[in-house]
Design a protein around this ligand. Structure first.
Ligand code: FAD
Length: 504
């Protein structure tokens, strides 16, 4: 074993870059290989996105960067982010008036933050560039990996091209490979040949396409001087039963907006894009006042219509030599705003487990006279990776499911009385009875670092209590009324009670 651990990270997206930083902070010799060109070069387009996409970053992503051990990283990354304190639901009243209805995310006023994905990625790459023990290789595509021999092969498409005109292939060695190469991970594909990995994937029947709401020219000025056409401190939602349109603010006053729509309806609009503005008028009232009709059509025609994948697998590692993190391990639909947050949390948890095992090793070795600190042994790294897979898989499975469920919540439940009632009661409990530890599921997911699977258990339990108490409160008066008014009003009373309880 060499004196320093060689850690190879595949994929320089937000999760891979953060993993490289964690490894570098621990003194590893780090090499990062990225398929695409350096996104800091003008004109480079991040995979799958038009030019820049705004994401919601919340506690888990923030905490992971806080834990990275770099003095100014968090401050640099959070500069220019925009707090979003809730959802703004847009709709039209039965009388035809446009309305906006704000729903705060958290009774205590905590916010999630809109962040430019490319900007975040750039800042992480800049930090890596400044570290002497990190080497970045762009235009390098992983084509093969042998996790037993600890060797990997890349197609290098940078400057040199082999004499036959094809990209040259390079071979490298590693102690640990961290696969952060996204939903279609090559690391995962090769690791599957070495470990009995369970794997399951699903494409939901929804595609997405990006639009842009331009900054306002003359009217309201945002707090930071930018001009926003709609409130900059909300994530805007135009719900439709089977689809939705959302908008997330950007620092320059614009909004990155996304249409989520079943594939059949996408196909109908693709065949007749001129119908798009009237489709919007009918389903997303007010949007054509924010995006000119021609821009709606041209964005729809020029921006890609992309699928949404949800994937689960386990374990995430092979022996002491390989591990996958981020979308490579658990790509999820984007409706809880947790994909990147969970990926960054993977990195924090993975390295905290390494640190724990290192510490145990150091404590044991320090008992040996004249002992000098050494890199982690293969056996303790294997133990650490196995522990990581065991701990992380239930949480990754849980957030995957929550993300799928939240699509229903965002596009339709936000309008239902039952949903709003439960939210109100849970927030009332959390503010007025803080000692009971009562919180909404959303608060726990977005504003804490509690395990996702734990949150599901706690929230289900909380929901059952709430519904029982509520049912008792409703059925008591209904039973009394029934006794008083008798048989004549039985049907309407029972149906009202069932309606309130959501049993109709
Ligand atoms: P990626 O960002 O996919 O990066 C993987 C990298 O690996 C890429 O740079 C790729 O070029 C490289 N790569 C791929 N193959 C190879 C190879 N063979 N060799 C070398 N390199 C390779 N998440 C949130 O937390 N909040 C949100 O609000 C949010 N909104 C979203 C909205 C939409 C519409 C979508 C689609 C996703 C959203 N997400 C959100 C999810 C988020 O974008 C992802 O979870 C996040 O980008 C995952 O990061 P990653 O680094 O794991 O993978």
């Amino acid at each position: 074993m060499s004196a320093t651990q060689k850690t190879v990270v595949v994929g320089a997206g937000p999760v891979g870059s953060l993993a490289a930083l964690f490894a570098a902070q621990r003194g590893h010799e780090v090499e990062v290989y990225e398929l695409r060109p350096d996104l800091r070069n003008p004109g480079t387009i991040p995979l799958n996105f038009t030019k820049s996409i705004n994401l919601a970053i919340s506690e888990r992503g923030i905490n992971a960067m806080r834990s990275a051990g770099h003095p100014s990283l968090l401050k640099t990354v959070m500069t220019g982010t925009i707090p979003m304190r809730g959802r703004m639901i847009h709709g039209k009243s039965p009388l035809g008036d446009l309305y906006e209805h704000a729903q705060d995310y958290d009774a205590k006023g905590r916010a999630i933050y809109a962040i430019d994905r490319s900007g975040l990625n750039e800042k992480l790459l800049n930090v890596l560039d400044s570290m002497p023990n990190v080497k970045l290789f762009f235009n390098h595509k992983l084509t093969g990996a042998d996790f037993r021999a600890r060797r990997a092969w890349f197609e290098a498409r940078d400057v040199d091209v082999s004499p036959n005109g094809r990209p040259r292939e390079i071979e490298i060695s590693f102690d640990l490979m961290i696969g952060a190469d996204g939903a279609h991970s090559a690391v995962r594909y090769h690791m599957m040949k070495f470990t009995r990995m369970d794997y399951q994937q699903e494409y939901i029947d929804t595609l997405w396409c990006e639009f842009r709401i331009e900054p306002q020219e003359a009217l309201s000025h945002g707090e930071n001087g930018a001009k926003f056409q709609i409130s900059q401190n909300h994530l805007h939602i135009w719900p439709g039963r089977d689809f939705m349109f959302i908008a997330i603010p950007s620092e320059d006053g614009s909004f990155t907006s996304t249409l989520f729509l079943p594939s059949k309806q996408f196909a109908e609009l693709e065949n007749n894009p001129a119908q798009l503005p009237s489709f919007f008028d009918q389903n997303f009232p007010g949007v054509t006042d924010l995006i000119p009709r021609e821009s709606l059509i041209s964005s729809f025609q020029s921006n890609p219509h992309l699928p949404l994948i949800s994937l689960k697998c386990r374990p995430y590692h092979y022996s002491s030599s390989g591990v996958i993190v981020g979308d490579a391990a658990h790509a999820m639909v984007p409706f809880y705003g947790q994909g990147m947050n969970a990926g960054m949390e993977d990195v924090r948890i993975l390295f905290s487990i390494f640190d724990k095992h290192n510490e145990m090793l150091e404590n044991n070795n320090s008992l040996v006279e004249g002992h000098k600190s050494s890199p982690m042994s293969m056996s303790s790294r294997a133990e650490a990776l196995a522990e990581y897979s065991d701990i992380r898989a239930p949480d990754a499975y849980a957030i995957n499911e929550l993300a799928l469920q939240n699509y229903v919540e965002m596009r339709s439940s936000v309008l239902s009385m039952r949903y709003r009632l439960r939210k109100f009661l849970e927030e009332f409990m959390s503010v007025n009875f803080p000692n009971f530890g009562w919180q909404t599921k959303y608060s726990r997911v977005s504003f804490s670092n509690q395990g996702y699977s734990d949150i599901v258990r706690q929230s289900d339990h909380q929901g059952r209590i709430l519904m029982r108490v509520f049912a008792a409160c409703v059925t008591g008066p209904v039973a009394t009324a029934f006794l008083i008014f008798g048989y004549q009003y039985r049907k309407p009373l029972l149906s009202t009670a069932a309606g309130i309880l959501g049993l109709n």
